[in-house]
Design a protein around this ligand. Structure first.
Ligand code: MSP
Length: 600
């Protein structure tokens, strides 16, 4: 790759450009200004610590959504719901990435006008998200005017600050990844017809040689600042293995980045301000979506200072190197966290149209229910490593954990045989004293272990939700559900003699404690399975205002505090919590549901 530095004088739309010769003299003061701004942003986080801004990547519209896309969205949705429950003001953005060569070619191949093509696929993403209870507060399309204004503005600021210059790029380009590659990132391969081709070593996609006059971004100038940022913020990129990847990349070659394409090659995009013969590189365009939603270039700091990105591992370099460098160049604060997740494979293979193994998330959420799919993805998905999807695994997991374990527990506590009055029964402190003792106590050591585990559960779950190890949170909840089932099994309340008032008090206590456990599980599960949690909490008679994190005090009677639920009527019975999935569910046609029936 060869980069020629040219000195060109040209006026930009909103600002005067700096000559290349003046670059070195502006770099030092600008660096100080940027670091000061970054400090300012860090301090303002504490001023507004109750705000949270969470984003998903914006999805390419060249193909329909698959389970990998839904996974990114479900993780972000879970975090957003969790922050709301904790009392944060949370903004949650998702959307579609509609410009670039890849989309231009896909629209051409479909014989459609590009905007019509984009609108069609963008609507499919919106439909999927609405069917899967993705509660985004904004859905951005990069073809919107508000976004164009944000991109033009950021471009102009980078230009004004001397970080964009006109040059020429010669090197490899991968259209499927919309990515420039160095020689060391490219290898040899054969295409299906046996022809020798060059491919990206990372994605396996075909690359082409390109040579073009275009605008370059001075990425190379940011290496040390990026390293400073990472060393000062060891949690900026999570999990740790991805943080290490970024550090490693920063040890390698960091050439300047081409940030525009000639219009003759790429028409479908935002023109460079003041130079309509060039179109802005799709990744610069796309990354700015996060700022657009925050309100940029108008007032944006309330949200931008508390931004957290969720991304898949394949787009880490764009988010952890290019994006922070653009932001530093524009004097803007950097995101608080970049949460990275790994990928879903199907039957051990990467999902691809040619292999015919693409899993349709809409079809699967009709088969397994929306909450079923959400639960599976979050329970089985591990951020650090790839996970394999099969329908059989989904069925096995959901039947065991949602239908049998959690659903079974609710059934036992609400069964008319054990709870004929259909109330949240009274707790008897003599039967189950707060300290393990002899006397009239009927509780045994394992019961106290269970109480301890459930009491600590909110803190455990909180820690796992915060680091987006949702599977660990669900593992911990599942373990407690099993303990509560064990508690009932151990004491066999159905064998107690109701005519004996001591037995009756103990029976009530067993049900009270079990319902208290279920209330905690239902509250903690809300971010993951909102419909099931709502059904569960409504059945327990827990009102909407009693479902927040702050209301999580477990078994208040054990702490000498009045329990507001005691004696309260249970909510109405609206059927089983989660119906067992039948063996042949994967061979069945998707069941029609109210929401899912609408085809796009
Ligand atoms: N448009 C870019 C993102 C721009 S963000 C400023 C893009 N789009 S994408 O549609 O290809 O991917 C969107 C997200 O889906 C990425 O986070 C990607 O990692 C994720 N996934 C794509 N395939 C996946 C799996 N097989 N499994 C899990 N997630 C996957 O990249």
């Amino acid at each position: 790759m060869r980069i020629a530095f040219l000195t060109v004088t040209r006026s930009c739309k909103t600002v005067q450009r700096l000559h290349q010769s003046s670059f070195s003299s502006v770099l030092t003061p600008l660096k100080h200004q940027r670091i000061a701004l970054h400090r300012l942003s860090s301090s303002s986080v504490s001023q507004d610590e109750k705000s949270y801004y969470i984003t998903t990547p914006i999805f390419y519209v060249n193909a329909s959504p698959h389970i990998g896309h839904l996974y990114s969205a479900v993780i972000a949705d879970c975090l957003h719901r969790y922050k709301l429950l904790q009392g944060f003001k949370s903004k949650f953005a998702t959307g579609t990435d509609e410009h670039g060569l890849k989309i231009q070619q896909a629209a051409e191949a479909a014989g459609k006008d590009p905007l019509v093509f984009c609108t069609d696929v963008s609507e499919r993403f919106k439909h999927l998200f609405s069917c899967c209870n993705i509660s985004h507060t904004d859905f951005i399309r990069t073809t919107e005017q508000r976004h164009r204004e944000a991109v033009e503005h950021l471009w102009s600021v980078l230009w004004n600050n001397g970080f964009i210059y006109k040059g020429s790029y010669e090197g490899w380009y991968s259209t499927p990844d919309e990515s420039f590659l160095t020689a060391s990132q490219v290898g040899d391969a054969l295409d299906p017809s046996g022809k020798e081709i060059k491919v990206s070593l990372e994605s396996g996609h075909k690359v082409e040689w390109m040579k073009e006059e275009n605008y370059m971004f001075r990425l190379s100038a940011f290496r040390s600042e990026l390293l400073d940022w990472l060393s000062a913020n060891p949690l900026a990129v999570q999990p740790e293995r991805f943080y290490q990847d970024v550090l490693q990349w920063l040890q390698e070659d960091l050439p300047d980045l081409s940030v525009s394409r000639q219009k003759s090659r790429l028409q479908w995009g935002i023109p460079v301000p003041g130079d309509p013969e060039q179109t802005i590189y799709v990744w610069l365009d796309a990354l700015v979506n996060y700022l657009t939603v925050a309100g940029y270039p108008d007032e944006h700091s309330q949200w931008w200072n508390v931004a957290h990105h969720i991304i898949g591992k394949d787009i880490l370099k764009f988010h952890a190197i290019y994006w922070p460098a653009f932001l530093l160049g524009a004097g803007l604060p950097l995101p608080q966290t970049i949460h990275v997740h790994s990928h879903w494979t199907v039957g051990g293979k990467k999902m691809s149209k040619s292999l015919g193994n693409v899993v349709d998330p809409l079809e699967r959420s009709q088969m397994f229910t929306t909450d079923g799919m959400r639960y599976f993805l979050l329970r089985q998905g591990v951020p650090d490593s790839d996970c394999d999807y099969t329908d059989a695994k989904v069925m096995k997991l959901l039947n065991a954990e949602l239908a049998d374990s959690l659903g079974g527990l609710l059934n036992r506590c609400t069964a008319p045989a054990l709870n004929p009055a259909q109330i949240y029964p009274h707790f008897c402190s003599q039967s189950f004293p707060s300290e393990q003792s002899s006397g009239q106590s009927r509780a045994v050591a394992e019961d106290y272990h269970m109480l301890e585990a459930v009491k600590n559960l909110p803190a455990v779950v909180e820690q796992h939700y915060d680091t987006l190890h949702v599977y660990k949170a669900l593992e911990a909840i599942g373990a407690c559900v099993r303990q509560t089932n064990g508690f009932i099994q151990r004491h066999k309340p159905w064998k107690l003699d109701r005519s004996d008032c001591k037995d009756q008090r103990w029976l009530d206590t067993i049900i009270h404690v079990s319902l208290e456990c279920l209330r905690v599980y239902g509250t903690l599960l809300q971010p993951v399975v909102p419909e099931i949690s709502n059904k569960l909490l409504s059945r327990l008679g827990v009102r909407p205002g009693e479902r927040s994190w702050a209301a999580l005090m477990f078994l208040p009677k054990h702490q000498g505090v009045n329990c507001p639920f005691e004696g309260r009527a249970l909510g109405s019975n609206s059927g089983v919590l989660f119906s067992r999935l039948e063996k042949n569910v994967d061979k069945q046609k998707p069941k029609s549901s109210k929401k899912a029936a609408k085809e796009v």
